[in-house]
Design a protein around this ligand. Structure first.
Ligand code: G3I
Length: 322
């Protein structure tokens, strides 16, 4: 049948995957499916700080550029992930902050320079940037990250200002997990977006990662959550969707997983301002899940031998229905 990206295009949706650059280089089947099924790509790791700025002031765009070339060859768009995060920071930065050799003023300059350099490097080629990633705790308070502890909450407005100056055409996003439904954390984002926009700072989108688990219930109020962001005038996207389960998976769990994929995709397709839906990899053998959640896995739509799972068929059907 038609590839998923063609069905998505008919539904006016960008349908993406995160890309593991090692797999793309080494695994032909992985490369073939990446090219064939998706019209949007996100770097799973290679546009993060530790990869892009491994030494202070020394940038390495080689892998990010390789992803851009692959996308261009295959007529795909690229989502940028991520200009600011508290994880996968280079050691020179975390150590310099810890031992006091990087002062607060310098840190702010470093942040400004990194965002400006990276966003300018990819200027005009990224349709959405995750400007800030995972800045709130579950209770809606600010995450006590290096950025927050050193710079206070104003680093967020700064990051959006600098990103806009460097690449005015990209849609600028906040992005987080556990914000699918209406809860304290998603409400913190709603308030943040409202406040920033009231200050005249451009924020264009709300990124919902969509890392769910069949162990926990499906958040039933995703449509209401998407709607309240649409009411603020911002778009939304699902940016890192996967649905893990406790291993071994059985038919019931695989079907439940398929329902979760379907539920998120359906909510996006039903919301005019939901513009893209990205899954966080498609092949179970490259998933981040088993490394982080012991005993869990099978989070993607193809199994280890690239056989489509019930979640693949659910996504396919949902896209076809539009
Ligand atoms: O590159 C090194 C390699 O040199 C080293 O030998 C190897 C040994 O552990 O590690 C390699 O780094 C790994 C890196 O992925 C690249 O493969 C890290 O250990 C590993 O922790 C890292 O995991 C990534 C994780 O973010 C880090 O927090 C996952 O691949 C990636 O899928 C995951 O993605 C995040 C999103 O960016 C933000 N939202 C949550 C999502 C899932 O955690």
């Amino acid at each position: 049948g038609a590839p998923l990206k063609s069905l998505a295009a008919r539904a006016d949706l960008l349908f993406g995957t995160a890309v593991n650059m090692d797999a793309l280089a080494e695994d032909k089947t992985y490369r073939k499916i990446t090219a064939r099924e998706f019209n949007s790509l996100t770097a799973e790791n290679v546009m993060k700080w530790e990869t892009l700025q491994p030494e202070r002031g020394v940038y390495d765009f080689s892998q990010g550029d390789a992803l851009m070339r692959f996308a261009k060859q295959n007529g795909q768009q690229v989502r940028g992930h991520t200009l600011l995060w508290h994880n996968q920071l280079p050691a020179w930065l975390t150590e310099g902050v810890a031992d006091g050799s990087i002062t607060k003023d310098e840190l702010r300059q470093i942040l400004r320079e990194h965002i400006t350099t990276v966003a300018k490097h990819y200027k005009g080629k990224i349709y959405q940037w995750d400007v800030v990633n995972e800045v709130f705790e579950e209770d809606g308070s600010y995450r006590q990250s290096l950025w927050y502890q050193q710079l206070g909450p104003s680093y967020i407005a700064d990051a959006f200002r600098w990103a806009k100056q460097a690449d005015p055409h990209a849609k600028l996003y906040v992005n987080d997990y556990n914000v699918e439904g209406v809860n304290a954390k998603s409400t913190a984002y709603h308030n943040l977006v409202k406040d920033l926009r009231a200050q005249g700072i451009r924020v264009d989108g709300f990124g919902i990662q969509g890392h769910l688990s069949t162990q926990y219930g499906f958040p039933g109020d995703i449509p209401q959550n998407l709607q309240r962001f649409a009411d603020l005038g911002v778009e939304s996207s699902f940016t890192e969707v996967d649905v893990r389960g406790v291993m071994p998976m059985d038919e019931a769990k695989l079907n439940l997983q398929a329902d979760y994929f379907r539920g998120m995709l359906d909510a996006c397709l039903d919301q005019r301002k939901c513009t893209s839906f990205t899954i966080w990899g498609f092949a179970d053998q490259y998933s981040w899940v088993p490394d982080v959640f012991a005993g869990e896995g099978s989070a993607n739509i193809y199994d280890e031998s690239y056989a489509p799972k019930p979640s693949y068929w659910a996504v396919r059907q949902e896209l076809a229905e539009g």
